[in-house]
Design a protein around this ligand. Structure first.
Ligand code: HEC
Ligand code: HEC
Length: 330
């Protein structure tokens, strides 16, 4: 739940009690007059007291046991108020967050995807509020304390709605056909593992797509060199005898280098025996899938990766499995 509204609840109760006594006052005065009149008419003091006591009791019970007036802001906000707060959240998001995270929160030039990432979808509201309020020191994420708590709550509520949309994003194609392509015509399985089958040179894709948007996955396939992680660049070694080999570096220290070549085999070199070793700027992954595969085939592949990824991130407690080459490096 968003920060509780205890303060609202208390002031509301106070208002309710005050309202009740204001209503009661004229009635008490009225009953008092009736009682005086009755006692004057019957000339009996006791009669006055009895009438007064009973009338006050009846009044009090009527007022105290009548259903409580609802306090406007308690519990789920009425629909109109919720809409207003969502509109406010959208406005704040547009003016304060979208420049970095993108209008749909799927990531932009200066900020990461905060809509479809599973860890953020599962983070508590409190933790999200804290991040927005305090920012993240040492990263590009500024603190937004100056917005004030109402706007911060509104923007987090709006972010939640964007995350909900992202979590429910339908897969764009046919995952069965995608699986066929992965292990067949597109030959992804030559280099990538999927659920225990496939090659080793690329990372294991079993849970890769669990929390990514279809667009991001599609561009990872068609533009493997865009934003290529430096740790995923291949290395080319040239031995003193002039032999060259290219592969993924699996282990490197000051004196030695171990690479895995496309055929899956490992090669160990002492650096003193090498003429040179150079990290390449282009990924080993072919960069022509955008033209080799049709739009439909790409959608099918994306669907296969998304379906498999979602199933695997749920099964493994939402922690994407570490990629094989990351393990080797540590
Ligand atoms: C100047 C750019 C910038 C703006 C403006 C900005 N962010 Fe960020 N935000 C970032 C960056 C960069 C990160 C990544 C921080 C990191 O490396 O952990 C981030 C991370 C986050 C995270 C995730 C933190 C995590 O633990 O992964 C959330 C949530 C977030 N921002 C929400 C917001 C909201 C809501 C707003 C608007 C009120 C906002 N951001 C505005 C740059 C920005
Ligand atoms: C010749 C080997 C090779 C082939 C074939 C290949 N890839 Fe890759 N792929 C790589 C390498 C190497 C990388 C970069 C290192 C890594 O992340 O695995 C990569 C990266 C990726 C990534 C990004 C992974 C990440 O963690 O950022 C995705 C997604 C991907 N490949 C999907 C595919 C799909 C889908 C196909 C088939 C259409 C395919 N690859 C075919 C070698 C290959």
């Amino acid at each position: 739940m968003l920060p509780d509204c205890n303060h609202i609840r208390k002031s509301c109760l106070r208002k309710n009690i005050r309202r009740r006594f204001v209503h009661l006052l004229p009635l008490v005065v009225y009953m008092y007059s009736v009682a005086i009149l009755a006692s004057v008419a019957s000339k009996k003091q006791a009669m006055f007291c009895r009438v007064l006591r009973w009338s006050i009791l009846i009044l009090l019970s009527g007022q105290l046991f009548s259903p409580a007036r609802s306090c406007g802001q308690l519990g789920p906000a009425p629909a109109a108020a919720a809409d207003a707060s969502m509109a406010e959240g959208q406005r704040v998001f547009g003016s304060s967050c979208a420049a970095c995270h993108g209008l749909d929160a799927r990531g932009g030039e200066r900020g990461p995807d905060i809509a479809s990432r599973r860890e953020l979808q599962q983070m508590s509201d409190e933790a999200l509020l804290r991040i927005v309020q305090d920012g993240k020191a040492g990263t590009g994420m500024p603190a937004f304390r100056s917005l004030g708590s109402a706007q911060i709550e509104a923007v987090v509520r709006y972010l939640r709605s964007l995350q909900g949309r992202a979590a429910a994003e339908p897969v764009p194609g046919d995952q069965e056909r995608g699986r066929g392509l992965f292990f067949g015509k597109a030959r992804c399985s030559q280099c990538h593992m999927a659920n225990g089958e496939g090659g080793f040179i690329g990372s294991d894709l079993s849970s890769y797509a669990g929390a990514r948007s279809a667009d991001d996955i599609r561009s990872a396939i068609t533009e493997p060199n865009k934003n290529l992680d430096p740790r995923k660049r291949p290395v080319t070694v040239t031995t003193l005898t002039g032999k060259t080999q290219t592969g993924m570096a699996r282990n490197e220290d000051n004196f030695s280098l171990q690479i895995q070549t496309l055929d899956g085999s490992f090669h160990f070199f002492n650096k003193s025996e090498l003429r040179s070793f150079e990290y390449q700027s282009l990924s080993l992954m072919p960069s022509d899938y955008g033209s080799r595969l049709s739009r439909q085939e790409l959608d099918d592949l994306v669907s296969y990766l998304m379906t498999m990824g979602r199933a695997n991130t749920v099964r493994s407690g939402n922690k994407p499995r570490p990629a094989r080459d990351d393990q080797a490096k540590e």
